[in-house]
Write a protein that binds this ligand. Structure first.
Ligand code: 5RP
Length: 225
């Protein structure tokens, strides 16, 4: 396991210790929360009773493989705790998410969660959002050409996401446009502008949603609260 992988693992596993018996738990998507899900699988095998709400088809498959019982938003109107990864974490816990393509379901799950814990390695922390990661924007396929032109005016570079040479399709049947900025000094204003573009389904800005970040660093776990 390389350094970055072991930092993801310590953060992911640590977050599982916040899960209590009887909780409804939002299960995020990505290579860091992967370790949380593995740990939760072990805890379930040792008797922990939880119901997971997955944020992607990949997470659903992983959770089923590891024996975590799953439920839906139809059955559970409120989630006790969601654990998820992030692509950028600002000091005030504003986030960029969605490089794993699951931003829409992740935001829906986060929006009905009483607590959102973010897990990441130290490379994800930034002073100002937009300085490392592009901002993923999920777009209705029909609207992609029109939205791409509009986003081209807002950001420094807008590109339709590809996977293996083909246009990436999300679990919701949409496409993603990755928007680069030199920085995002006013994320609320940007979010409002993005939400005004017809055809934009969701964007990867998660503002004021996270309660805590568990960061794996070479010096151990760092908490941002
Ligand atoms: C998926 C996400 C992920 O949580 C984010 O991309 C971080 O993933 P990783 O832990 O693999 O770096 O937002 O949509």
């Amino acid at each position: 396991m390389n350094d970055s992988e072991s930092l993801k693992r310590i953060a992911g596993e640590k977050a599982a210790s916040s899960v209590e018996d009887g909780m409804i738990v939002g299960l995020g998507t990505g290579s860091t929360v992967y370790y949380t899900i593995l740990e939760l699988g072990k805890m379930v095998r040792n008797g922990l009773k939880i119901t997971g709400i997955p944020t992607s088809k990949a997470t659903e498959k992983l959770a089923v493989t590891h024996g975590i019982p799953l439920g839906s938003l139809e059955q559970h109107h409120s989630i006790d705790l969601t654990i998820d990864g992030a692509d950028e974490i600002a000091p005030n816990l504003d986030l960029i998410k969605g490089m794993g393509g699951a931003l829409l379901r992740e935001k829906v799950v986060a929006s009905v969660s009483k607590q959102l814990i973010i897990v990441a390695d130290g490379s994800k922390t930034v002073e100002v959002l937009g300085t490392k990661s592009p901002l993923p924007v999920e777009v209705l396929p029909f609207a992609v050409p029109a939205v791409l032109r509009k986003l081209g005016d807002i950001c420094t570079q807008a590109e339709v996401r590809l996977r293996n040479g083909y246009i990436y399709v999300s679990d919701n049947g949409n496409n993603i446009i990755d928007c680069r900025f030199s920085s995002i000094p006013e994320p609320e204003k940007l979010e409002a502008s993005l939400n005004r573009i017809p055809g934009v389904v969701e964007n990867g800005l998660f503002l004021g949603m996270a309660d805590r970040a568990i960061i794996g660093t070479a010096d151990g776990i760092k908490l941002i609260e």
